[in-house]
Design a protein around this ligand. Structure first.
Ligand code: AVI
Length: 306
């Protein structure tokens, strides 16, 4: 069975139903996510870019000499240019599951004196390769993707990165901060309905790739703020009692009216929670930058000796 088939079977036969959020990013989903980043309500991308553009010189100064910059989830690396120019490494290693995005990144970031060496694959598999790259190294993990991990999984991922780095190497982490529900909910439920299309595309993907028969109009996108867990929770809610056949799995899944399929969490930890994750993963913070509204934080942290 393919990875996705096994994940979908496990998620749709679980109670409550849930699917891993990486399944949102097929080609159509990645294009819809790009459109989300341009929405007026989705402040994250432009806020982070503003911090990186304005503070690149300070960030580079605080990081000190860097030979290699590696980037987790680089995508097309649209946000990376200013940092690369300021840090001026000899080697840039963008890491992503999408080979086509990395091709664009390599083209866009070509600069005299900079070698670009893309790595295609999943972070867990590729993090150990950081150990073989020339130091001092700076690892970028920007875009607030850390917020899509459970805090314990975020610590595990950063600890694996720490393990592959040497003491004195650095991490630049971008993470969305806790803020009012009035700002958060529209960011994940925009007026134009782009985020709803992004979430529903998950069902379209199962129809395309697993011969499922989801009626996309029979589910609504829900974005709910959970203050206890400090996270946005995204669901698809069934608008009626229904049965959905998934051909490739030889499975029929029943949904009751009002039943939810959990598709994504996006944590918005306060600064103290973000710093705790860095400490627990074996990093010591050495720099912090945020926008004037304190919507978003960019952390620079040093890898500690194990
Ligand atoms: C990729 N990630 C940081 C986005 C977020 O804000 O959690 C994914 C997203 N989902 C809906 N809108 C944006």
């Amino acid at each position: 069975m393919s990875d996705i088939a096994a994940e979908v079977r496990a998620g749709l036969t679980a109670s409550p139903k849930a699917l891993p959020c990486h399944l949102l990013y097929d080609q159509a989903g990645s294009q819809l996510f790009e459109a989300i980043t341009e929405l007026p309500e989705y402040y994250l991308t432009r806020t982070e870019l503003g911090i990186l553009d304005e503070r690149a010189g300070e960030i580079a100064g605080a990081a000190g000499p860097v030979r290699t910059v590696a980037e987790l989830g680089a995508g097309t690396a649209v946000k990376t240019g200013t940092i690369l120019d300021a840090v001026a490494p000899a080697l840039y290693v963008p890491i992503d599951v999408s080979a086509s995005a990395l091709e664009i990144a390599a083209g866009q970031l070509a600069r005299p004196g900079l070698e670009v060496r893309p790595l295609v694959g999943r972070y867990q598999d590729l993090l150990p390769e950081l150990a073989g790259l020339a130091g001092p190294r700076l690892l970028l993990f920007i875009g607030s993707s850390i917020g899509n991990y459970e805090p314990s999984a975020a610590v595990a991922l950063l600890a694996a990165a720490r393990h592959a780095l040497a003491p004195g190497d650095s991490l630049l982490l971008g993470a969305d901060l806790r803020k009012s529900e009035e700002v958060l909910v529209p960011a994940y439920d925009d007026a134009a309905g782009v985020t709803a299309r992004f979430t529903r595309n998950l069902l379209a993907r199962l129809n395309r790739e697993l011969g499922a028969r989801f009626d996309l109009d029979a589910f609504r996108h829900l974005a709910i703020w959970n203050p206890e867990r400090s996270r946005m929770e995204i669901y698809l809610e069934s608008l009626r009692d229904q049965e959905v056949r998934i051909g490739a799995l030889d499975l029929v899944v029943r949904f009751a009216r009002g039943e939810r399929l959990h598709t994504e969490n996006s944590y918005k930890l306060p600064l103290s929670g973000q710093l705790r994750i860095l400490h627990q993963a074996g990093f010591t913070p050495i720099g912090l930058w945020h926008d004037p509204r304190s919507y978003y934080a960019v952390h620079l942290a040093r890898a500690l000796p194990a």
